[in-house]
Every structure is written in structure tokens, then in C-alpha cells.
Design a protein around this ligand. Structure first.
Ligand code: PGA
Length: 252
């Protein structure tokens, strides 16, 4: 496997995890310190309630922490929301934006995702911006067009180099056990790199493009060896240190 940039394996805990899950975070830190992730960068994105506790556990280790969403404004009367500044203040260095569960469940538009990404970059966070087509869109032959539109409208222009990560997550692959073929992933990741090189001139080659959607210990080696795949965004399998590290261990 030849990598232009340091691969990234990020765990998205979604709305999962109580205080007892802090043990998993501590185990992940230990496993990474022991070299379990090789050259890969590891990030854990817990629910907001655990964010500060997880950053305390990860402080001084090689494991980064991320939020799962942020508001486009820095502060104000937005009940229930969390700003990029707050994530940064809590010790996060990353934030996941535009996840399909937010696009579908909270009706987030590409334009809102872009505004959130601008806020994240402004707060000094790295933004993992998710894109991906539905099954119907793929079956209709429209996957590239949909992802192209999401990229064009969700990624802020003039993003500083290295601060944006794209996660290609086909909606139909998330939490389903289904994954695209390596050929389909290679095609999409190559397309994303080409589009992003136009969108952020000169940044395409070093851009990290993660694959996400039903990554597990059994399929990680194959999925992560696909051309133009620079890491993974892992949902369900990131809740267990053993499974998450078995995935990250591909980079050992
Ligand atoms: P999954 O989720 O690994 O459980 O399919 C991935 C994601 O939604 O980020």
C-alpha cells in the first residue's frame, strides 16, 4: 500500500456510549500507544456527553478526539446545539459534518454543511465532511453526479490545506453489512480526488479520502487497500476497542 498522506481511522460512536464506554476509549489509547495502529492517525468521536471525559483520557496520547456535528454559529440562542468553539474548548481537534444521518434525519442541506465546515475551520478544527449516494441514486446511475453536487456545495472554497477530510459513505452501506465493490470505491474516490483538486487547487493529491460504511475487521484489509482510500470512518465496529483496533491494525 502506498500512501501519499498519513492514513486516518476515525471512530464515529453516534448516539452510543455511557460512562462505561470510557473504558473502551482508554483501551484504544493503550493499544495505539503499543503500536496497534501502525502509521495511521486514530480519532474517536464520542457523543457530546462523553467528549470532555474522552479528551481527558486521550490527552498526551496519540489518539485524537472529534465531535459528531457542530452549529454554524459560534454561540447564541440555539437550544440543544453545540458550536465548533465549544468542541475545540472541550479538547476536540476534529468534527464530523454532513453525516448522512444528519442530512436525512435533520434535513441538513449541502449549504448548511458548508456553513458548519466554515465554522469548524474558523475554530481551528479539522472537518471530516461526509458525502454519499443512496441505493436508488446508485441504481439509477447517479452516484457520481450526487457526490459531485455534494462536494461542490458542501466544501468551503479556500479551505486551508490539510484541514478538510472527505468521507465517502454510501448511505446504503451504513450499518447494513453491505459494501460497494472495490472497483466502485476506487472509481468514486478517484472522482472525489479529481473534483477536490479543482475545488481546492493543488490540494487533491494530499487530500485524505476515507471510506465509510460497514467497515469491519473482516473486510478492512480489502477496503483499505483500494486505490485512493486513505483511511476509514467506522461506525458500529468503533464501539469495541478490539474491533476498532483490528481495523486500524491494517496499517501496522
Ligand atoms: P457503520 O457506520 O460503520 O456502522 O456502517 C459508518 C458511519 O456511519 O460513519
Amino acid at each position: 500500500m502506498i500512501h501519499r498522506t498519513r492514513p486516518l481511522v476515525a471512530g464515529n460512536w453516534k448516539m452510543n456510549g455511557l460512562r462505561e464506554s470510557l473504558n473502551e476509549a482508554a483501551s484504544i489509547c493503550k493499544a495505539v500507544a503499543a503500536g496497534g495502529a501502525g502509521k495511521a492517525e486514530i480519532v474517536v468521536c464520542p457523543p457530546a456527553t462523553l467528549l470532555m471525559a474522552v479528551t481527558a483520557i486521550c490527552e498526551g496520547t496519540k489518539v485524537g478526539v472529534g465531535g459528531q456535528d457542530c452549529h454554524a454559529e459560534a454561540s447564541g440562542a440555539f437550544t440543544g446545539d453545540i458550536s465548533a468553539e465549544m468542541l475545540k474548548d472541550a479538547g476536540a481537534t476534529y468534527v464530523i459534518l454532513g453525516h448522512s444521518e444528519r442530512r436525512a434525519g435533520h434535513h441538513e442541506t449541502n449549504e448548511q454543511v458548508r456553513a458548519k465546515a466554515k465554522a469548524a475551520l474558523g475554530a481551528g478544527l479539522m472537518a471530516i465532511i461526509c458525502v454519499g449516494e443512496t441505493r436508488a441514486e446508485r441504481d439509477a446511475g447517479g452516484a457520481l453526479a450526487i457526490v459531485g453536487k455534494q462536494l461542490a456545495s458542501s466544501i468551503p472554497d479556500n479551505s486551508p490545506p490539510g484541514r478538510i477530510v472527505i468521507a465517502y459513505e454510501p448511505v446504503w452501506a451504513i450499518g447494513t453489512g453491505f459494501t460497494p465493490t472495490p472497483q466502485d470505491i476506487a472509481e468514486m474516490h478517484g472522482f472525489i480526488r479529481e473534483r477536490m483538486n479543482q475545488h481546492l487547487p493543488g490540494q487533491g493529491a494530499n487530500l485524505r479520502i476515507l471510506y465509510g460504511g460497514s467497515v469491519n475487521p473482516a473486510n478492512a484489509a480489502q477496503l483499505l487497500s483500494v486505490e485512493d482510500v486513505d483511511g476509514a470512518l467506522v461506525g458500529g465496529a468503533s464501539l469495541s476497542c478490539a474491533e476498532f483496533m483490528a481495523i486500524a491494525g491494517v496499517y501496522r
